[in-house]
Design a protein around this ligand. Sequence first.
Ligand code: ADP
Ligand code: MG
Length: 408
Amino acid sequence: MSSLKIKSIKSLKNLKNKTVLVRCDFDVPLSHKNTESTKAQKHKSTIKILDDSRLQACLPTIEYLLKKKAKIILIGHLGRPGRKVAPELSLLPIKEKLEKILSKDLRFKNYDLRINFTNHQSPITNHQISMLENLRFNPDEEKNDKNFAKKLAGLADIYVNEAFAVSHRSAASVDAIKNYLPSYAGLNLVNEIKNLSYVLKNPKKTLIIIIGGAKIETKLPVIKNFLNKADHILIGGAVANDFLLAEGYKVKESLVDKDYIEEAKKILIKSKVKSQKSKLQLKTQNYKDSKIILPIDFVWGNNKILDIGKKTIREYCAIIKKANTIVWNGPMGYFETKKFANGTYEIAKAIFKSKARVIIGGGDTNQILNHNTAYIIHNKKVFVSTGGGAMLEFLGGKKLPGINKLLN
Ligand code: ADP
Ligand code: MG
């Protein structure tokens, strides 16, 4: 089966003087530094962008549209303002950052789309690049409100989704808007779908899925969806605790999500049936008959499993070595503390050393990579997804609201 085809902005012939509404992912991590000054002055807040990789991801699309002489209106959200105006979550710092990166002035529109509906002749379109204030200041955005989507659509001729990380949300600016404008995928979104659908549709075997982290409810759909497709699924992090408990292992005070133990049990039963198809000759003692591989030793702290142990690392690394395709989401342990980060870093090292085509994603998993960029630079086959939840839902086999209508 070939990979999914998605309508790219590159398929548009003439963009000259067309107004293109580009939904970007502006949800970057910020630091609010409060600088104390004299009594007379108020607290001055300087906002710093801690990681601009999400902005970098939308640059190719912006630059492409500029080259094609299109007019651009950038839209996006930042944080969780709670469906109301929250000045500390203004997109102004993002605008300033983009101005620096692009060496261009951006026009910034702060108007309230609820009352101040501006039609297609809006002055906004006379500027080469404009940007609207945080869409989530408007309660209608997260409600996927039709009228709000229509108003946004009224500003432009074409809609482009370049916000993969939000594409699992039914929000007006990623979902409903596609009903009102010819809609296309941005260059980064095309790349996301290409890489992720490769794993779903035609990955080169041996395919190994590595799942760790903590939010088990977001990971189980991926595990289930790959029980047939993957050669093995290696589990670590707190996600493993539910499976270990399901197997009767005493996890003591480890982090578990009790709501999912029954489901973990069911998955393990299926996993053992499916394993007969596996081609890998595993030397594991406990789980050689299972498609799902669980840790066999641990690093404990305060009666909690906080990392995978040395034997597990050795075993997981041996499996990783045989892979031709690897998907990795979620740290193997409580990696924020150095004492419990070893498992995660050893697994990361093995992944980057392997010959496999690698697909990685997840908010925390990408954080780990930020400290290990040296590995990535030497391995061109690594694809780092910009979507955490969106990637998991896509790999879990769900249809994403931000992507429907963009697929051919
Ligand atoms: P991602 O964002 O990459 O999808 P998650 O959000 O699911 O990952 O999980 C990351 C979190 O899981 C980290 O904060 C990490 O400390 C935590 N974690 C991993 N293993 C354990 C464990 N054994 N016990 C407690 N927390 C863990
Ligand atoms: Mg996370």
